[in-house]
Unconditional design. Structure first.
Length: 229
C-alpha cells in the first residue's frame, strides 16, 4: 500500500508549491512584468529571437539533446535483451522511454488546444493579438503550456527511475532535468515565445505525468523502502 509520506512528498506538497507559484505569478502580473523587462532590454523588439545561443544552441540543439537522451535510453532497452547486467533495468527503461514521450505529447496537445497567445503575438510586444486569450476566441492553436521546456522537464522521470534502481541519485536526476527545463524555458522567454507561467504549467504536467507513470509501472510496494536509503 502506498504510504501517506510518499503521497505527501510527491503529490500534495509539489501541488501546493506549484499552485502558490502560479497564483503569485498571476496575482502580481509577473508574466507581463518579466516580458516587459526583456522586451525593453532587447530594444523593444525580440532582437534575440534568432541569436545563436538562444535559437541554435538552446532551442534547436536542446531539441536534439533531448532526443539523444531518448535514443540512449532506447539503445539501453534493446541492450537489456542481450546483456544480463542490463536486464534487471528493463522495466525501468521502458518507463523512462514511455513517460517522457507521454509528457511531451500531452504538453503539445494541450498547447495546441489552449488558444493562448505567445508574447511576440501580442500588440503589447509588436504583434496583432489583443490579449493573452484572444487566439482562443478565434479558435487558433495556443502557446500554453510551453512545448520546448517540456523537452527538459519531461526527464523528471529520471527521479522516479532512480527511486527504484539508484535511490541515492534520485535528486541528481531531478536537478539535471529541472536545469534543462529552466534553460530551455529561459531561452524561449528571451525569444518572446513564452511567458513564465507557460513553463510553470509544463512543470505541473511533466511532474504529475511522471508520478502517475511511476505508480502505473511500479505501484507503491517498493517506494517506502527506497526512500529510507
Amino acid at each position: 500500500m502506498l504510504s501517506r509520506t510518499f503521497l505527501l512528498q510527491h503529490a500534495l506538497v509539489p501541488g501546493i508549491l506549484l499552485s502558490l507559484c502560479l497564483a503569485f505569478v498571476y496575482h502580481y502580473h509577473i508574466d507581463y512584468k518579466l516580458a516587459d523587462h526583456l522586451f525593453q532590454l532587447e530594444g523593444y523588439h525580440w532582437s534575440l529571437r534568432h541569436q545563436w545561443l538562444f535559437e541554435i544552441v538552446l532551442h534547436d540543439g536542446g531539441k536534439m539533446f533531448s532526443w539523444l537522451i531518448g535514443a540512449a535510453v532506447s539503445a539501453l532497452l534493446v541492450a537489456s535483451f542481450y546483456h544480463d547486467t542490463i536486464k534487471p533495468f528493463r522495466k525501468g527503461l521502458v518507463f523512462l522511454l514511455c513517460i517522457p514521450l507521454f509528457s511531451v505529447a500531452l504538453v503539445n496537445i494541450l498547447k495546441a488546444l489552449s488558444g493562448t497567445a505567445c508574447p511576440g503575438e501580442l500588440t503589447r510586444y509588436g504583434g496583432s493579438s489583443f490579449d493573452h486569450w484572444s487566439l482562443a476566441m478565434l479558435g487558433h492553436q495556443g502557446c500554453t503550456p510551453a512545448g520546448h521546456s517540456s523537452g527538459g522537464y519531461a526527464w523528471m522521470a529520471w527521479y522516479f527511475f532512480a527511486l527504484i534502481y539508484l535511490p541515492r541519485w534520485r535528486f541528481q536526476g531531478l536537478l539535471a532535468s529541472v536545469f534543462l527545463g529552466v534553460a530551455f524555458g529561459v531561452a524561449q522567454q528571451f525569444r518572446g515565445e513564452h511567458f513564465l507561467s507557460h513553463d510553470l504549467f509544463t512543470v505541473v504536467i511533466c511532474w504529475y505525468s511522471s508520478l502517475a507513470g511511476f505508480l502505473l509501472f511500479f505501484g507503491g510496494d517498493t517506494v517506502t523502502t527506497n526512500l529510507r536509503e
